[in-house]
Design a protein around this ligand. Structure first.
Ligand code: NAD
Ligand code: AHE
Ligand code: ZN
Ligand code: ZN
Length: 373
């Protein structure tokens, strides 16, 4: 049986306050659990969203971070699918293979540990994190802003150890989400027209997905034009800044595309843009996928006629990807050179500088910052 580890972690004590790097205690993994030494983690906009206080599930004090890569340090009783030394990617969407959701074959949203995860706790209803005896909450079941973290076995994807964790950590959220939304959720087909709203880590990954799907036109939309170069490099055919027009962006796109796009993706978390993304879709068949996460109390709206006349509104979590059975193959495809991750890593820094990573994100200066431990 392993011992409690004291290590450094970034603690979110309160909504809206900077994280604080402090020592925490990480208890040994219980039955069915695994303790992981985090090697690197990306910083996703969802971390900032929860820290802002807008997340209805936000709970403090907590250790944020959910886009990590690490190495198994110890395993609890009964754990069989991973062993000490394995390289793993933490999953905020577990895959138990047994629950109604897993068995349905229709969704990646395994619910086996979702309820306790949403309360910042492990499946037994307690936390493995504490500081001088006072519990600190987990976050999205991952808490990768800590040198060590504990996850349920079913929340770990075992990946090829040849893959650099400093890069494939991005497959723990952003890149898989964007690519998966295009390929699994929308199932964009060759020749289709696509509009992607928001060119952060998620939107640019959706551009990669659309390029791989051989979409004929990939319209990339952002109010920050510094994102356009990389979008074009990844395959965007048109880059549009809504601020350049004096009419709604959906009208601009409908005109550009002879009636609207076949597929659109909202990768921002702005409910007004979600409406634009739906309404820029082609009558009769256009599908819009919401990926962005909107704050507590916010709601989407459109004229029901938009749906009556054949447009479809969908959402996608983690790109519809089943983490344990499908994520290892994303790592293999990355290793085979099918797509690059280094393009996304605009900044790397130690965990100590996590607040700078948030600052760069809010300033629109980063795509992804990767924190090293
Ligand atoms: P990001 O901050 O890196 O990128 C957001 C981009 O949107 C920026 O380039 C910004 O300039 C642009 N933008 C902001 N307002 C805009 C507007 N009005 N019109 C056009 N562009 C605008 O964020 P990210 O990490 O790429 O995450 C994007 C969203 O996806 C967030 O809401 C995040 O919480 C969510 N997300 C969802 C999932 C999921 O599984 N559904 C997974 C990861 C992230
Ligand atoms: N807690 C929020 C919702 C947050 C949310 O939608 N999370 C996405 C992943 S974002 C990753 O960067 C997700 O997968 N949701 C599905 C799930 O089960 O959480 C709220 O509104 O309560
Ligand atoms: Zn994320
Ligand atoms: Zn399940």
């Amino acid at each position: 049986m392993s011992e409690t580890i004291t290590c450094r972690a970034a603690i979110a004590w309160k909504a809206g306050e900077p994280l604080s790097i402090e020592e925490v205690q990480v208890a040994p993994p219980k039955a069915g659990e695994v303790r992981v030494k985090i090697v690197a983690t990306g910083v996703c906009h969802t971390d900032a969203f929860t820290l802002s206080g807008d997340d209805p599930e936000g709970i403090f004090p907590a250790i944020l971070g959910h886009e990590g890569g690490g190495i198994v340090e110890s395993v609890g009783e009964g754990v069989t699918s991973v062993k000490v030394g394995d390289h793993v990617i933490p999953l905020y969407t577990a895959e138990c293979g047994k629950c109604k959701f897993c068995l349905s074959g229709k969704t990646n949203l395994c619910q086996a540990v979702r309820e306790t995860q949403g309360k910042g706790l492990m499946p037994d209803g307690t936390s493995r994190f504490s500081q001088n005896g006072k519990p600190i909450f987990h976050y999205m079941g991952c808490s990768t802003f800590s040198e060590y973290t504990v996850l349920p076995e079913i929340s770990l994807a075992k990946v090829n150890p040849e893959a650099p964790l400093e890069e494939v950590c991005l497959l723990g959220c952003g890149v898989t989400t964007g690519m998966g939304a295009v390929m699994n959720t929308a199932k964009v087909e060759e020749g289709a027209t696509v509009a992607i709203f928001g060119l952060g880590g998620i939107g640019l990954s959706a551009v990669i997905g659309a390029t791989m799907a051989k979409a004929s036109r990939i319209i990339a939309i952002d109010i920050n034009e510094s994102k356009f170069d990389l979008a074009k490099q990844l395959g965007a055919t048109d880059c549009i800044n809504p601020k350049d027009y004096d009419k709604p962006i959906q009208e601009v796109i409908v005109e550009l595309t002879d009636g609207g796009v076949d597929y659109s993706f909202e990768c921002i978390g702005n409910v007004d843009v979600m409406r634009s993304a739906l309404e820029c879709c082609h009558k009769g068949w256009g599908e819009s996928v919401i990926i962005g996460v909107a704050g507590a109390g916010q709601e989407i709206s459109t004229r029901p006629f938009q749906l009556v006349t054949g447009r479809v509104w969908k959402g996608s979590a983690f790109g519809g990807v089943k983490g344990r059975s499908e994520l290892p193959d994303y790592v293999e495809r990355y290793l085979a050179g099918e797509f690059k991750l280094s393009d996304f890593i605009t900044h790397t820094m130690p965990l100590d500088d996590v607040n700078e990573a948030f600052h760069l994100m809010h300033e629109g200066k980063s795509i992804r910052t990767v924190l090293h431990y």
